[in-house]
Design a protein around this ligand. Sequence first.
Ligand code: NAD
Length: 498
Amino acid sequence: MNIIGHFINGQIDTQSARTQAVYNPSTGAETGHVALASAATVEQAIKIASEAFPSWRDTPLIKRVRIMFRFKQLLEENSEKICQLIGQEHGKIAHDAMGELQRGIENVEYACAATEFLKGEFSKNVGPDIDSWSEFQALGVVAGITPFNFPVMVPLWMFPMALVCGNCFILKPSERDPSSTLFIAELLKQAGLPDGVFALINGDKEAVDTLLHDPRIQAVSFVGSTPIAEYIYATATANGKRCQALGGAKNHAIVMPDADLDNVVNSLLGAAFGSSGERCMALSVAVAIGDDVADQLIAKISTEMQKLKYGAYSDQNNDFGPLISSAHQAKVVAHIDSAEQQGAKIVVDGRHAKVKGYEQGFFVGPTLIDAVRADMSSYQQEIFGPVLQIIRVESMQAAMQLINEHEYGNGTCIYTRDGEAARYFSTHIQVGMVGINIPLPVPVSYHSFGGWKRSLFGDLSAYGPDGARFYTRRKTITQRWPAADVREKTQFAMPTLN
Ligand code: NAD
């Protein structure tokens, strides 16, 4: 049996009392078993990382950065293999996997700029002969827990930054598609990272709970669904840990009457159905201003949807692949059923998708639903499938109210040619990442990524400048070296320069 193990102390470890099946979602076939770490295995990795920490923290920054430069090169040299592994277990088509990897590599590139962003702050003569500076120190051993939908990119949001900042890192990736993540962990060793500084633990709740409760773990980054994000944030912070927990989403696009509908259709198709809708930034709701816009949009997009190709990850001609599991496929179908039962109109129906030669694959075809209302469960909950819902409203204000009242606030977009409307929208909308004629406004690596409301728990966003702050602790030092013959007077008032 193919056992997908852990990576601890620079070695693959496949010993495990418990395992879980891993599938190829394109064929529906079981391809291996992933080891599920016991608490003892996780504790062992934490012990090794704690011992590795002092010397890694004290390694000159430029040496830590050089390892990241080599790691970036290895990711590029091994890109085809990485995308193949993503495709096999996630189902993503190679061109989409390559996009994921490239976005991840950009986070490694940003981490390589640590000699700039970890310089700290210095002020000379803040008082007579007194200088003051702030430095950003490593936290210790930190952990990351990541979702199935970006098995390479989301881990790369976390550990390159944490490592260059001088921390040791324990990664707990998704148990549903672990092989690509395990492979990049091995590349870290090839890049020269000392054993013990980084560990990858495969597992489920037992492994996560061990990380959340162990006092040696200083900080936890989480990306996944909102109910789990809430649990992670509450537990980690109750145990005194720094935590950022990114959750789910419901991303709306407002289509204004002045928008160029052909462009809107082209960009909505990719943003709604790319990666089978399994993206936290997928655009899953189009809010049309007025019935004319809605009718035209539906006519154009439903025609274009007939041309979409979906199927096995290995066929580069496909636009998107299967869903992650048969359970998730059933959940997506149940959402479409519920929309229909609650009075919405299924314009294009992907529920009975069949792909020739891949009859057991976990496919749902592209689905378009009209006449969706805010009280429907398919609107309130995240579907995470290739389903685009249309809501009709009378005004931009009504559209914004709808978005602002939704419990999620990850991403949103407005399609318009009116600069005033776009500016008003970006200023007042209660969402963390906003696109103006951009359907997937995923910030580049030198900005930071994070939603509002129940899409992010914690004060800092992921990666970029916020990532550097999350993985370090500020220390501010004020110093004076008085001359040997200078005697200071006792001063009881709060020191000032007045
Ligand atoms: P998930 O919440 O099921 O799993 C995420 C991680 O949590 C996995 O490592 C999993 O093993 C672990 N986990 C699951 N159940 C747990 C439990 N009961 N206790 C402790 N740990 C547990 O999420 P998923 O299905 O893998 O990923 C999809 C979700 O992630 C979607 O909701 C999507 O919107 C979200 N997501 C958000 C972002 C973002 O940046 N906001 C990015 C990617 C994905």
